[in-house]
Ligand binder design. Structure first.
Ligand SMILES: [Zn+2]
Length: 477
């Protein structure tokens, strides 16, 4: 039978603060286990949390970017549950009064625009991590470095109707959070992660079906696969007259299936109550305005500005703004060498090819904006041809040698633009190919290209092609 698919997403973003949400410990990744800990984040009795102001800034930033209302007096709450990686026996989160409510995010799937509601954004702390070493069976360790690392959770309305819509929403959301410098967006390392609530209902049914929650999807591809799998699984159950169980299911990437992890808790199972150790967070207009004033430009606005200011195609602007660092790189080159179209071409045709082949980010690229601008200037001045420019570019990329002028001089790659020298070369070639010259003069006009090719070959690609054309024409008409 055909059902309507209903999907809501919960996104957790790990915030890019230097210290944790309620203590001064570092959030640095990769330190020794339990190196970044203190009595607060290890939940010692009597230790008191103090809120990191930066976390509130980031949450407001995320809220403004998604058109949420900022709740002027929001409250931290304790979410009570037991787990060894949660030493206090509760997680500090927000419940009845989160910091942001009632926003939206626009998505586009197959040219159809759609607005997805955002129920809320709240601030909370992460839990620690259990480590199960392979060398010692039956023993587990706990690492509290991640305990108390700040997160925001962004909860959507159940507005999505397909896995494609869910992926589009996540991609947009990730772009925005990365642009805002709120989160690094890394799905593999778990700093941008999502849970999906999925249910099915008969078309036209007023109430939602029973939902299952999917966890552990660490890439866009896995989100798509996991949702599609879950839709199949639930529709099989419903087709056979069964009832979907409300539960949390883990996506198994290797096997391509989801498995039941535990029955899904209801909010009342957690006995939420306001955290008596933390004051309500009071946010005045001044604070919101300050964050709004410093709000970075978002992907969509940047895209439109690129088209208007630089006169490049929308499709090119989309590629260049797909990554904020790439967009910054482009603009840095334009500042030095104001030929945006040529720069856009070089970045998209040459630079991105190299980066994609090596699977590295623009921030790891050895060619600086300055280096690329200098190279393009050399081509523009006619010192080297575009073709030689590509060679120099490859050299700059692989040798981490950023001075194109030095490469051109030491390798003797400068373009030959000396008319005397070129004429001598052309005369020799024409003399050696007298038969072909005759063919040309008898009307076989495509012979012209042959002569140009010979000159370029003999000059190892360094002859100025425009001059070669003119000089040959002078000689043979
Ligand atoms: Zn700490």
């Amino acid at each position: 039978m055909d059902y309507e698919i209903v999907i809501g997403l919960e996104v957790h973003c790990q915030l890019l603060t230097e210290t944790k949400i309620f203590c001064g410990c570092s959030t640095n990744f990769g330190n020794l286990p339990n190196q970044n800990t203190c009595p607060v984040c290890t939940g010692m009795p009597g230790a008191l949390p103090v809120l990191n102001r930066k976390v509130v800034d980031f949450a407001i930033r995320a809220g403004l970017a998604t058109d949420c209302s900022i709740v002027r007096e929001n409250v931290f709450a304790r979410k009570n549950y037991f787990y060894p990686d949660l030493p206090k026996g509760y997680q500090i989160s927000q419940f009845e009064l989160p910091i942001c409510v009632g926003g939206y995010l626009d998505i586009e799937v197959e040219d159809e625009k759609k607005r997805i509601g955002i129920t809320r954004i709240h601030m909370e702390e992460d839990a620690g991590k259990l480590v199960h070493p392979e060398y010692e069976h039956g023993v587990s360790f706990v690492d509290y470095n991640r305990a108390c690392v700040p997160l925001i959770e962004i909860v959507s309305d159940p507005d999505m109707r397909s896995s494609a819509e869910a992926v589009a929403y996540l991609k947009n959301m990730r772009d925005i959070m990365v642009y805002l410098e709120v989160c690094d967006g890394n799905m593999e390392e778990g700093s941008f992660r999502c849970d999906a609530n999925i249910s099915l209902r008969r078309w036209g049914a007023p109430e939602l079906g029973i939902r299952a929650e999917l966890k552990n999807m660490n890439s866009f591809r896995n989100v798509q696969r996991a949702i599609d799998y879950e839709v199949e699984r639930q529709s099989d159950i419903l087709d056979n007259g069964g009832v979907v169980v409300q539960e949390t299911r883990l996506w198994n990437v290797d096997r391509g299936i989801s498995m039941s992890m535990r029955g899904k808790e209801e909010a009342h199972d957690y006995r939420y109550f306001p955290d008596p150790d933390l004051l309500p967070v009071v946010i005045d207009d001044f604070w919101v305005d300050e964050v709004r004033r410093n709000q970075p430009e978002l992907p969509l606005a940047k895209r439109q500005r690129f088209v208007v200011d630089y006169g490049i195609l929308l499709t090119d602007a989309e590629v260049l703004t797909s990554d904020r660092n790439l967009a910054d790189y482009f603009e840095a080159v334009v500042k030095i060498f104001p030929r945006p179209k040529a720069i856009a071409n070089w970045i998209m045709v040459e630079l991105l090819k190299f980066l994609n082949d090596d699977k590295i980010a623009i921030t790891q690229c050895s060619i600086t904006p300055q280096g690329l601008a200098e190279l393009l200037k050399l081509i523009d001045k006619g010192t080297i041809s575009g073709k030689i420019g590509k060679q120099v570019f490859a050299q700059m990329y692989s040798a981490a040698d950023n001075d194109p002028e030095l490469i051109v001089t030491t390798k003797g790659l400068a373009q030959m633009s000396d008319a005397g020298e070129l004429t001598g070369m052309i005369d020799e070639i024409l003399a050696a190919n007298a038969d072909k010259v005759k063919e040309y003069q008898d009307g076989k006009s495509k012979m012209f290209g042959f002569f140009v090719g010979q000159v370029m070959k003999r000059s190892k690609g360094q002859a100025n092609p425009q001059m070669v054309n003119e000089l040959i024409k002078e000689r043979i008409g």
